[in-house]
Design a protein around this ligand. Sequence first.
Ligand SMILES: [Zn+2]
Length: 212
Amino acid sequence: MVLTLVSLEEGRLTASARGCLKPRAKLRYAAEPMNFGEYMLAGKGDRYIVTDCVQYDSFSPVTADIDKYYAACMILELLTKLSPESQPGIFLGAVKELKAMAYEGKDARSAACDFLLSALREGGNGLDFSVCADCGCILEGDAAFSDSDGIVCPHCAPWDAIRVDAASRAFIAGENRDVPEAIKIRAVMLLSDFLYRTQGVRPDSSYFKEQE
Ligand SMILES: [Zn+2]
């Protein structure tokens, strides 16, 4: 079995986990998804072998809640895709959201939303959902996303901008997180679309299929 690991210092790498798979294997947890720890690797290049692992956390409460589990999978999938090289800011953003879902009662959509915002920011595409990027007015109702300007008010929106409805905008901006599930899903879909348009990476369609 080949594991995909994402490291704070090295970014994405693969390692085989020969000793980790037998039911009684000492290192079985090292091959579990969402395992967070210090991996000891032997070898080099694309021929690493996991020789030991000190577990820091497995975020186990996340696996007990199906919505949190899907959100965590989406976060880790995007972290993996965004980390051909080391991406410490995105890495720490992912750990922060897994921890918040597991131990701080944060809901799945808010965690997905905040991770997407941090991935955009770390990728140099930080979006401000409170102020129009063009005229500087305070955004209160609808807004729009344009590839060239970011988030703008309806007056400044070019013809091909993508509409961001008022409820989704307020959710993303953190002004109102207490909204129906459908709005949260729409907000996360919008952000994931903006990440794709700016950084070329998006989650597998299965994440959003589960929401239908
Ligand atoms: Zn404006």
